[in-house]
Design a protein around this ligand. Structure first.
Ligand SMILES: [Fe+2]
Length: 295
């Protein structure tokens, strides 16, 4: 083998390994767990197990998503939250909600489910010419399986004398443009969710870029996705690239705090457009809430 052939063979082998690893990762999810403690959490909710899913993008992890469903079953959650982009709406995509439906079908009537929109759900809501009938069909799907759809709205969860609240907020298309973070207009969160009251409050907020704003508003727990963990993750450097073409953004995946607010960004469960995951397994996120006693 001459030198030129050797280089070509090496490059081909490396590329093949890269794509094979990615294809394996994309179909094999993990469960990532967090514990979040707060003095604001009422005693009745101490130990609540929240299972959070985002950015499935109509992926199928095993036949009819059986591998993902098994992970959720084994985690034995009390509630199931969806952080958006469980579907894909791109110019080239067909209307196909089957990946989401497989999950909803598995847990309907067994676990309370709440759904907040991502940019793909917002897109089919606002771009009706490009996506005719998609949003009504999506709403019907959620209704069929008893999912509470939080579209700039809030619901109470009551246990005994205690209450917590959960909201879903939509961002405008501007917030999802490529490049640097676009600021939210003044009062954006309060206009959509109202003023924060005294209850412990979880917000489904697809974009992970607005922790500061949610902390100022008074959120206790902000659940995000959208960044797909940064596509490729490098040791010590984190996620390489987000779907908004930001590089090495610190909010790609993990837990962050600011003031009393905690944000958890899921690395998501799927891909679109750039269909690669390296050192970045799809993840279901289990959050165990704990009551922190005040000193
Ligand atoms: Fe997204």
């Amino acid at each position: 083998m001459d030198r030129y052939t050797g280089i070509l063979t090496g490059a081909f082998t490396a590329l093949s390994a890269f794509f094979l690893c990615s294809e394996y990762e994309k179909k094999h999810a993990v469960l990532r767990t967090y514990r979040v403690e707060s003095e604001a959490l009422p005693a009745s909710f101490d130990g609540l197990k929240v299972l959070f899913l985002s950015d499935l993008h109509n992926n199928h992890l095993g036949r009819k998503n059986e591998r993902l469903i098994r992970i959720i079953e084994d985690a034995r959650p009390d509630i199931l939250l969806f952080g958006g982009d469980m579907i894909t709406a791109k110019a080239w995509s067909k209307r196909d909600f089957s990946g989401l439906e497989e999950i909803l079908r598995a847990f309907a009537g067994r676990i309370p489910m709440y759904y907040g929109n991502g940019n793909h759900e917002s897109r089919i809501r606002t771009e009706r010419d490009s996506y005719p009938d998609w949003y009504p069909a999506f709403k019907r799907l959620l209704k069929t399986y008893g999912v509470r759809h939080l579209m700039n709205s809030t619901e109470k969860i009551v246990r005994g004398e205690d209450t917590i609240r959960i909201s879903g907020i939509d961002f405008t298309a501007k917030c999802y443009l490529a490049g640097a973070k676009r600021p939210l207009e003044k009062g954006y969160i309060e206009k959509r969710l109202g003023p924060k009251d005294g209850d412990y409050h979880i917000v489904l907020a697809h974009s992970p870029l607005y922790l500061h704003e949610f902390s100022e508003w008074g959120a206790d727990l902000v659940l995000c996705g959208h960044f797909h963990g940064g596509t490729i993750r490098l040791p010590g450097l984190g996620g390489v690239m987000t779907p908004q073409f930001q590089f090495f953004n610190k909010y790609c995946k993990g837990m962050y705090t600011e003031g009393p607010a905690t944000q958890i960004t899921s690395g998501g469960l799927g891909t679109h457009s750039i269909n690669i995951r390296i050192m970045n397994r799809p993840e279901a996120v289990l959050i165990r809430l704990g009551r922190k006693e005040s000193l």
